[in-house]
Design a protein. Sequence first.
Length: 307
Amino acid sequence: MEFRQLSYFVAVAETGSISAASRRVHVAQPALTRQIRLLEEDLATQLLERHARGVRLTVAGKALYEEAITLLDRRIQVRARLSALGSGLTGKLGLGVTVTHLWMPEVADLLGRYRQCYPQVGFEVFPLLSGPQLDRLRAGTLDAGILYLDSGDQPGLETRLLQRDHLILAVPADSPWAASPPRRLAELERADFIWGFRSVSPVYYDRVMAHFQRLDFHPRVVQFGADNIAILSMVAAGLGVAIVPAASACHPMPGIRFVAMQALRECAMPLWLAWRAGNDSPALHNLVALAEAGFTPARESRPGDPA
């Protein structure tokens, strides 16, 4: 029994005539008659009773008609579902984003465009630091991540460079540095710094510290925060100053002044999109395509750019 034969049978049942059904399905009458007979032989039962004015359904024919309608409808639904999955119109996608970049215009635009283009995809966004993102990407519990990496050469991962961020100084709004910003890192040697733990984002931490070693700058760390949002909250409370990604300024916080410094601009912080190699999810590939179109990775931070 084939779907083609079922569709022919439904046409005969609904028109009550082999000739009318032939015109409806655009199949020659002898060929249609043969397919109906093959169907009856396959089911080992008579489906139609022939009479002078056409055909009528037998009891078995009536039962098959009801089942055939259901089967043909289900076939259409299955094909539509598989087509949607194959093109990334449906499915699931989990994306990690570093806490700092959730409010970055390019990231916010990417999230909005993905939802607009693929509203039927179960799209989840997880605010995660770079270290936990890497762990979940490699474990297969996260489909993609927007995070800091030293380079795109990551075992087991595919990567795309999204943008080159840099660093910026955050000071309490009522501090002297808010009114008279420092020009050189040496002016900050005695400042109380709020820092992040290396364990939660080793790549970011090591990159920043290596840059400061090259500049012979040794910040005096007196407080630690779990992530950049916690760090900035502590700055706003007047507990110290912090050096954070420049993207932090995309979401200004009350009580904080962001200060651009040349020495901090020179520390490039590449932002990458990463996903597990071999993940052939169409929903993921659609996200990658949107990200490639929405970011400008070639743009470098230059002195004089707005912070």
